[in-house]
Design a protein around this ligand. Structure first.
Ligand SMILES: [Zn+2]
Length: 103
């Protein structure tokens, strides 16, 4: 006679908890998840990354994808940076220019 019913075999098994912020799928997050990510990047990079390179401390206004999603960039934190509006505009303009040339 079996010591325990087969349905309970193995006992309780739990998967290790993984934060929903890790290993997220590639598509851009929208709604609340996207807003939370933006807030996190701004909290971590309160100053525009590009301006800091030039010694100008300027407040971050926009969370930018370093490699644009349209170019296959990921929506991961490592592909995001804080930029001010002028730096983001300049980068977007340069990206549009590259897009145009590659068309
Ligand atoms: Zn800037």
């Amino acid at each position: 006679m079996p010591s325990q019913p087969p349905s309970l075999r193995g006992g309780p098994q739990r998967k290790a908890w993984t934060s929903p912020n890790r290993l997220k799928p590639t598509p851009r997050k929208r709604g609340r998840a996207g807003q939370r990510d933006r807030a996190q990047v701004i909290a971590e990079e309160p100053l525009c990354r590009e301006c800091l390179k030039h010694g100008r401390p300027t407040a971050t206004a926009i969370v930018d994808h370093i490699k644009p999603l349209a170019w296959g960039g990921s929506d991961e934190r490592s592909n995001k940076q804080g930029l001010c509006v002028p730096c983001h505009d300049a980068k977007s303009k340069a990206e549009r220019e590259i897009d145009r040339q590659n068309r």
